[in-house]
Design a protein around this ligand. Structure first.
Ligand SMILES: [Zn+2]
Length: 199
């Protein structure tokens, strides 16, 4: 459609999740017209995220050092782990201020259609964390959709023999939805009203 650099930018933007061809074009022309200092800040932010942000060695949340700020926080309790799909879900739950335990980020959900199985997720790493017996409760906060439910059921069965309390966030969350889009109050209530899963 366009020539050279501007088309390359549109193509790259169009590869981002949730950015369609029209949005890609709009963003590209916005950047073309923007102050060079603004573009410079965007470029610097992209480079910093590549260079500095990695995954926490304990919970796989995003982190700027070895461990994320939640794993490093001594005021949080070690006996409860909340399992989520993505780092953005950690942010959503943190916003509710209902949870003071630790997290485990799976890196997705089980999806036979997309070819994602338990081995593609950080399930083994979760099991390792549960082995030493210091964790007594597991809250499964995967998304309230097909993949999230399948993942929750799988995990509940897997950790069943360990004898810890396993719960799933209560309803009230929009079914088929994404955890990150739930408002704080709904998500907070879902947390309070989490129900036990008997494996
Ligand atoms: Zn962490």
């Amino acid at each position: 459609m366009y020539e050279g650099a501007i088309q390359d930018l549109i193509d790259e933007l169009g590869r981002l999740p949730g950015v369609g061809p029209k949005s890609a074009q709009r963003i590209a022309f916005h950047l073309l017209a923007a102050e060079s200092a603004d573009v410079g800040r965007l470029v610097a932010a992209l480079q910093r995220v590549q260079a500095e942000v990695r995954f926490c060695v304990t919970c796989y949340n995003v982190a700027e050092g070895e461990q994320c700020r939640i794993c490093k926080d001594p005021r949080r309790t070690d006996d409860v782990i909340c399992v989520v799909e993505e780092p953005k879900d950690v942010v959503a739950i943190e916003r509710t201020r209902e949870f003071r335990g630790r997290y485990h980020v799976l890196g997705g959900a089980i999806s036979p259609i997309e070819g994602v199985g338990p081995d593609d997720l950080r399930v083994k790493e979760l099991m390792t964390r549960l082995m030493d017996g210091s964790v007594t409760e597991l809250i499964i906060a995967t998304d309230p959709n097909l993949e999230g439910e399948a993942t929750a059921a799988y995990l509940a069965r897997l950790v069943g023999p360990l004898g810890l309390a396993v719960s799933r966030l209560a309803s009230g969350l929009p079914v088929g939805g994404d955890l990150e889009y739930a408002d704080e109050i709904t998500l907070g209530r879902a947390f309070e009203g989490r129900r036990r899963i008997d494996a």
